[in-house]
Design a binder for this molecule. Sequence first.
Ligand SMILES: C[S@@+](CC[C@H](N)C(=O)[O-])C[C@H]1O[C@@H](n2cnc3c(N)ncnc32)[C@H](O)[C@@H]1O
Length: 315
Amino acid sequence: MRSNADGSSSPQRSLPAQQAGASHSNAASSDEQDDNVGPSLPAQPPQQRKARFVAVHGNYHHYYGTRSVADFQEDTRLKVMEKPWFQNKQCLDIGCNEGMITLALASHFGTASMLGVDIDRRLIGRASSHLAEQRSQASAELARASHARQSHAVASDGSGAQQRQASPNTRRRMASAAVQGLRGTFFQHGSFLELDLQAGAFDTITCFSVTKWIHLNGGDEALQALLAKVYTLLSPGGRFILEPQQWVSYRKAVRKPGVSAQLQRSLSSLQMRPEEMPQYLSDVLGFKLVRELNRSASGQGFDRPMYLFRKPLGA
Ligand SMILES: C[S@@+](CC[C@H](N)C(=O)[O-])C[C@H]1O[C@@H](n2cnc3c(N)ncnc32)[C@H](O)[C@@H]1O
């Protein structure tokens, strides 16, 4: 199932022409923020204007700013993720960008395997570099944590210092989860819709801030194909964690300078609205909506909805 740690042997797909306009982001856990970050440039004569990269797939470079790891305390999406969904599970992250969220989930929870896929080859290259760095940091931390645990055990020497021993144990357990999770992590370049992945191979699939881009680039058909493919790839009882962008964010995306006329036309041809996705997943595909993840008991949520679905056990 897993291959292409560097994305090099994946089927190549050329991105649509991306000319002029500003689009890349500074740092975001929500790509709506990206929609607002294009620096406005002073008007220049055409010959001085540089062709600028436009992220028509939401393939923002520098999406996570200067962060080298995603922070479970800071990222509202990571905060609501739960261990049983990932620990020792076969996982897939669709539209992984530079892999920050992918790597955080794999290392924090100790996944059995984690595959991050993205349509942008350069982003997959960066994700693979982050993976190599984090693997070596995790191995070093595991060695340190094991050493600390041994010295602590010798130092405490049966003196009943249960409390003091807990910390090195926890540290070692965390380091061990990170080593395991990262050892089983791979990145693959390609459009998710075109990648050849094994049916039923995944226990948990995440899709954060990606649906708008697949919808805008491929229409209702592509969005529905994405959701149906997720269902096929999940094992019975498997979980799907979805963070769809809202309709208002589609409008912002096509207003960006440099976004192709094709994408602007596509908006008016869309029949399906992102707000209809939960019902489509349940009524048409047979998913069970477990709950909306970002609604607190007080009824207050984050700015963007996020859902947990399950594929029925008998499916
Ligand atoms: C806005 S970013 C979200 C990144 C990450 N999931 C997060 O929420 O932090 C959307 C990502 O989806 C990727 N993407 C868009 N269309 C895709 C497709 N058809 N297949 C795979 N990745 C895709 C983009 O390249 C981009 O990295």
